[in-house]
Design a protein around this ligand. Structure first.
Ligand SMILES: [Zn+2]
Length: 174
C-alpha cells in the first residue's frame, strides 16, 4: 500500500504536467516486474489523437521498451478510472494489475459504468485496486475544471462587455 501511494504520487505529477499543457489532468505510471517505470500523461489535444490517453501512452512506451505487446506482470497506476478504450488496451496487453485513484462516473469502465477488467466473458481478468490517493486525484481534476470554467466565464464576460461598443457603432451607422 505504501508502494502504491508512492507510485500514485508519480502518476499525479504526470497529471499535473497534462494540466500545464491544457489537457485534462490524468497521469499514468507503468511499473514492470523488473522495476522499470514508464510515465505518461493525457495529451489527446496536443497530439491530435483521441487515443492519447495517459494509459495508452504508458502501454505504448513500455511495450516498445520490452519489445513485446504483452505486459503480463506489470502494474499500471492511473490517477483516474480508465475508460472503455483504455480498459480494452489493458486487456489486450494482459496487464496483471491496475491501480487507480479517482473513479469516473461518466466514463469509467472498471467499476463505474462497465466492469470490463473483471468481466469473466473476456479471456483476461485484472487485479484491481481503487481509491489510492483518491482525494488528491479527485481534487486535481476538480481544480482543473474549476479553472477552465472560470476562464470561460471571463471570456464570455469580455465578449459581453464589448457588445455595447458594437451596438453603439451600429447605432452610429444607422
Ligand atoms: Zn482512456
Amino acid at each position: 500500500m505504501v508502494d502504491d501511494q508512492l507510485y500514485m504520487r508519480k502518476a499525479l505529477l504526470q497529471a499535473e504536467r497534462a494540466a500545464s499543457e491544457g489537457e485534462v489532468p490524468v497521469g499514468a505510471l507503468m511499473v514492470l516486474a523488473d522495476g522499470r517505470e514508464f510515465m505518461a500523461h493525457n495529451r489527446p489535444i496536443s497530439s491530435h489523437d483521441p487515443s492519447s490517453h495517459a494509459e495508452i501512452e504508458a502501454i505504448r512506451a513500455a511495450c516498445k521498451a520490452v519489445e513485446n505487446y504483452r505486459l503480463a506482470d506489470a502494474t499500471l497506476y492511473i490517477t483516474l478510472e480508465p475508460c472503455c478504450m483504455c480498459a480494452g488496451a489493458i486487456t489486450h496487453a494482459r496487464i496483471g494489475r491496475v491501480v487507480y485513484g479517482a473513479s469516473d462516473p461518466k466514463s469509467g469502465a472498471v467499476e463505474s459504468l462497465y466492469q470490463l477488467l473483471s468481466d469473466k466473458r473476456l479471456n483476461h481478468q485484472v487485479n484491481i485496486t481503487t481509491g489510492v490517493l483518491e482525494d488528491e486525484c479527485r481534487a486535481q481534476l476538480k481544480q482543473f475544471f474549476k479553472h477552465r470554467r472560470e476562464a470561460r466565464k471571463i471570456a464570455r464576460t469580455a465578449v459581453h462587455h464589448s457588445r455595447p461598443d458594437r451596438e453603439s457603432t451600429i447605432a452610429e451607422c444607422e
